[in-house]
Design a protein around this ligand. Sequence first.
Ligand code: ADP
Ligand code: MG
Length: 472
Amino acid sequence: MEVSWIALEKTRIGEFRVMENDRWLKVKEFVKENVGESAHANWIQPIELKEIKNSVAKFLVPTRFIGTWVHRNYGDYILQGFKAQNVKIDRLEFVTLNLENKNNSKNQKNIKSDTYKENLEEKDLILPSSPLDERFTFDRFVVGKPNELAHAAAKRVSDGGKVTFNPLFLYGGVGLGKTHLMHSIAWSIKQKNNKARVLYLSAEQFMYRFVQALRFKDMHAFKKLFRSVDVLMVDDVQFIAGKDSTQDEFFHTFNALCEQGKQIVISADRAPGEIDGLEERIKSRLAWGLVVDVHPTDYELRLGILQAKAEIQMELNKDVKIGEGILEYLAHRISSNVRVLEGALTRLFAFASLVGKEISIDLVQECLSDILRTSERKVTIEEIIRKVSDHYNLRMSDLVSARRARSVARPRQIAMFLSKNLTSKSLPEIGRRFGGRDHTTVIHAIRKIEELKMTDVQIADEVEILRRTLEA
Ligand code: ADP
Ligand code: MG
């Protein structure tokens, strides 16, 4: 079961909401039947029942305009809908958050029939937090050398108290536990203080909210909301690189929260300085806090994680037995990405449970042949340069030369792309191996090829063929 953060927030605001929710859903159904899908989606869906008291139904509306419109055009249906539910309602009240432009208020003056209450307290703002994974808690996080610093820093943040470093910036490759740690922080803070306003969201979500706010001219609400939190966590912040106005807003939110002494936690797939397309002032601001990198897992950590996950799996599949030395074998053979490790184990247990066998080396090899194959061979940058230059009839020296002709530049970009994808070398290291190029050139090359793979079938094919021969 996944617990949605939003659900938690809502219940906190008032018990009534859980109780009334069902009825309100039914009322909405009723209105939908009468006004049609699209009117329902545009007008009824965005409003929220806040409470029913003394036969007055109070709604929270995103903007005053929506409230007025709904009241005038659909008010009767809403009343009828309640009646059909045997709920006596005499009046509808629409509450906004008093966040709209002052200039707008003139146009609204002539609308007197609606009741508005403004200045809802900040604590009543509903946080647009992304759902938190129930399994991502500190007790399920296995600590080892590669992640001990990140874990300790995350723990410190979750202890609350005085903010000593701001932001906490976690970075590292895919599947190394960054999101897990952020969710753990959120759960832990929530557990200690139910009232704490923790907002966790991906940078993508942040941007989506921001764009929505721009579109619906709700910037004020957006700002107020984001500035009302105690802890802000933004995951995968590299996503906003190159997206200028989002970055700008992020920066302001960031500063405002820092000034108020609120904790911020950020994650990214690279260090602040390496995120191409991120403004300098943001990079340096990010680096003010504590920057911790989550290293790729080592053998011991992988084994620890496998043991912990196998225990959970054994709880779920009581009939499955796991042979001796299997976990060690997996820890040796599977790459550093914990997600892959986890996936392998899940598959093994499912398979073993299905065929009713003990998990043996044979079964592992049969069941995980694809995963084992990809992590079997260690491709080197030299091999990539050799294969790519062969393929395009170039000399190996061309690929590392300064020549910029398309006939050389494109294969070079492909080789850089493959180096990033097939080896564990860092961007600066790849740059160095390709004639001492800057890591930003490598990033550019990777982006370019990613883009071309989507638009140019021939390039996509060539890259795929090269990848396969290299991995074979
Ligand atoms: P990232 O955000 O760094 O890409 P995630 O936090 O999504 O990675 O982790 C990927 C998966 O691996 C998740 O299911 C997570 O629970 C698991 N995982 C990663 N690191 C650990 C760890 N140290 N202990 C237990 N599980 C882990
Ligand atoms: Mg993540």
